[in-house]
Design a protein around this ligand. Structure first.
Ligand code: TYD
Ligand code: MG
Length: 460
């Protein structure tokens, strides 16, 4: 009998060690090593997916770059405008895309919707999580007229999946989820580091050799990283993150890595009773329709991916009932909020250290664009002073540590979006004026260089 080979794997980062370790030398996590039985596939059973072409083993030779023929990528449009944009303009043949997200966020719904709606393509949806009946029920909720070439397979063994793939020859493959698959070449349990790595490698080989686009759904760990080894993200071509607050209807599909397009691209969906709907005009839905002006609410012009969006920022400043004031932010980095509060305290003399401060970005959206700073500062002061800011004013500037108002990128796009939505004034940094034609805009540009100027312009 062949000797069973095993190794210890860090379940957090995938580091491999011959013996058990308390602390992972790679990611410094404690107690994450688990023994997994691995068996290196011998030459005899390595034929997982055909690695030979025309019966002979293919040997790659070095070629001169200038002699390599460039091919115009034929992108396949999925029929979902948001997904196409996030992918950088459609699906690339042979690409492997990993979609991560919290449980219940809508990963399976998004992929099933793609399978049901893409026209005239044979799609195979492999599920290791749900039964055929469950998928059928979900499909009936999503669409009444599914496309005729959508196939469902409930299977978790990669060898069996490959057998079906050879027969069916699908044009798109969807796997829900990579953590439920197992390969017979590896003995450890599904979802373990070595299984996930092996199954991904097998699917990757299939994708590259048949030029079939493959989608993999991946679970995430409790701190938001895609479960399984970090190398999973290195192996695939594109990593998308599906996120949002489960209590809100909006979902954001973000590209974290993309070999075929810009990363940090973003798609917005709304989850309805009959599946996910694309949101093509995010600003209009993210701004709440309010009649009266309330203190603590301002609007920031942000850019997520390539798209300008106007987003409502809300702040609540109140006297702290306890010795330690509470600080909490939803959709915004708490450290950055603390920095902005310190700037206000030090540069403008606002006594915020004894106050509770709560921040919220409306719609359950997470914003990382620093151009939202000025809007947040204005919301905090508006709430602190209990004076409302007109809903016809918006903001787009970064705030520096010494209270200076800094320029932000793509200011023209932000101004145009604000103008389009009927705003009357936009606060921008004086340093942003260079190179833009001020007369082109109908909206009034208010330029500020220091934080004090913002307050005198707003509250007099
Ligand atoms: P699901 O796609 O199963 O999430 P994941 O695969 O990421 O775990 O999404 C399930 C959630 O979406 C569930 O809480 C119900 C909700 N949902 C709707 O609101 N409308 C729908 O049409 C569907 C199919 C699901
Ligand atoms: Mg699911």
């Amino acid at each position: 009998m062949a000797k069973i080979k095993s190794a210890y794997f860090c379940q957090s980062c995938g580091y491999e060690s011959a013996k058990w370790l308390g602390k992972c030398p790679s990611c410094n996590q404690w107690n994450t090593f688990v023994e997994e039985v691995i068996e290196k596939p011998s030459a005899a059973n390595a034929a997982v997916w055909k690695t030979t072409v025309g019966g002979t083993q293919r040997v790659n030779k070095p070629s001169k770059l200038e002699e390599i023929q460039s091919v115009t990528e034929d992108r396949l449009l999925t029929g979902d405008a948001e997904l196409d944009r996030v992918l950088g303009g459609g699906l690339v043949p042979g690409s492997v895309t990993l979609i991560g997200g919290e449980p219940g966020i809508g990963k399976s719904t998004l992929m099933l919707q793609l399978a049901l709606n893409i026209k005239q393509k044979r799609v195979l949806y492999v599920s290791g999580e749900e039964s055929e009946q469950q998928i059928k029920m979900r499909a009936e909720r999503i669409t009444k007229t599914p496309q005729a070439n959508c196939f469902i397979l409930t299977e978790t063994s990669t060898q069996n999946i490959f057998k079906q793939l050879e027969q069916l020859e699908p044009e798109i493959l969807i796997v829900d989820s990579i953590q439920t698959l197992h390969s017979a070449h590896i003995e450890s349990t599904p979802g373990s580091v070595s299984q996930v790595r092996e199954c991904t490698a097998e699917l990757l080989r299939f994708a590259k050799e048949t030029a079939t686009p493959v989608f993999l759904i991946g679970h995430i760990t409790k701190d938001g990283a895609i479960a399984g080894p970090k190398i999973l993200e290195h192996m695939v071509d594109t990593v998308l993150q599906f996120e949002g607050d489960r209590h809100h209807i909006y979902r954001i599909l973000r590209s974290i890595k993309n070999r075929f397009g810009a990363a940090a691209e973003l798609g917005i969906y709304a989850m309805h009773g009959n599946g996910l709907r694309e949101v093509s005009n995010p600003s209009e839905v993210l701004l709440s329709q309010r009649d009266e002006e309330l203190s603590g609410i301002t609007i920031g012009a942000t850019i997520e991916g390539a798209r300008p969006m106007l987003i409502e920022t809300q702040a609540l400043v109140s006297i702290s009932a306890y010795g330690t004031p509470q600080r909490s932010a939803t959709g915004f980095d708490t450290k950055r909020m603390n920095m902005l509060l310190a700037v206000l305290e030090k540069r403008c003399g606002f006594r915020l250290s004894a106050k509770d401060v709560f921040l919220n970005i409306a719609g359950g959206i997470k914003v990382e664009d620093p151009a939202i700073d000025l809007s947040i500062i204005a919301a905090i002061i508006s709430s602190h002073e209990d004076i409302s800011v007109s809903s016809k004013i918006c903001f787009a500037a970064e705030v520096g540590l010494s209270g200076e108002i800094r320029a932000v990128n793509r200011i023209e796009q932000r101004i145009l979006e604000a103008e389009k939505l009927g705003f009357e004034k936009i606060f921008i940094s004086s340093y942003n004026l260079k190179g833009i034609n001020k007369d082109k805009f109908k909206i009034e540009l208010i330029t500020v260089a220091k934080i004090e100027e913002v307050f005198s312009a707003l509250f007099g």
